[in-house]
Design a protein around this ligand. Structure first.
Ligand code: I3S
Length: 128
């Protein structure tokens, strides 16, 4: 993974393309809007950039402002129930700030790796 402009010396732990939608923002339900996002896990932050993924030079380029960042500290992840989405392999991520996201990949191994990484990140940073 490339490093972020904010923390150029910190390598990101994980990155890749995932399908993402918010379902709740600050405790309020919002309409689903699935988008393919370049997703980067770095420290206790998860960054999403809209649009075409796959490019490893995303952070290096100019149109590379993260669309949004989620603070994983105090958050939780679980596999989403069927009621939350009809898609396969969906992770539900809840933040302490009251934002809920669904994260999905068609690829089993990919989503399993993210599930593991997110769970580890949350437990590593649980006492911050
Ligand atoms: O939870 P919902 O409302 O069934 O979610 C679906 C909708 O957001 C749908 O868009 P519309 O707002 O145009 O109805 C999306 O296309 C679907 O992907 C959403 O369901 P899934 O099960 O794919 O998360």
């Amino acid at each position: 993974c490339p490093s972020s402009p904010k923390h150029p010396s910190t390598p990101s732990e994980k990155c890749g393309v995932l399908n993402v939608t918010k379902i709740t923002e600050n405790g309020k339900k919002v309409r689903k809007n699935w988008t393919s996002s370049w997703t980067v896990l770095q420290g206790s932050s998860l960054l999403f950039a809209k649009g075409q993924g796959g490019s490893t030079s995303w952070f290096g380029s100019n149109q590379s402002k993260p669309e949004f960042t989620v603070d994983l500290r105090g958050g939780s992840v679980e596999w989403a129930s069927k009621e939350k989405s009809s898609k396969k392999h969906v992770i539900e991520l809840k933040t302490r700030q009251g934002t809920e996201l669904l994260i999905q990949s068609e690829i089993d191994s990919v989503i399993n790796d993210w599930y593991r990484a997110l769970t580890e990140t949350i437990s590593t940073h649980s006492d911050e």
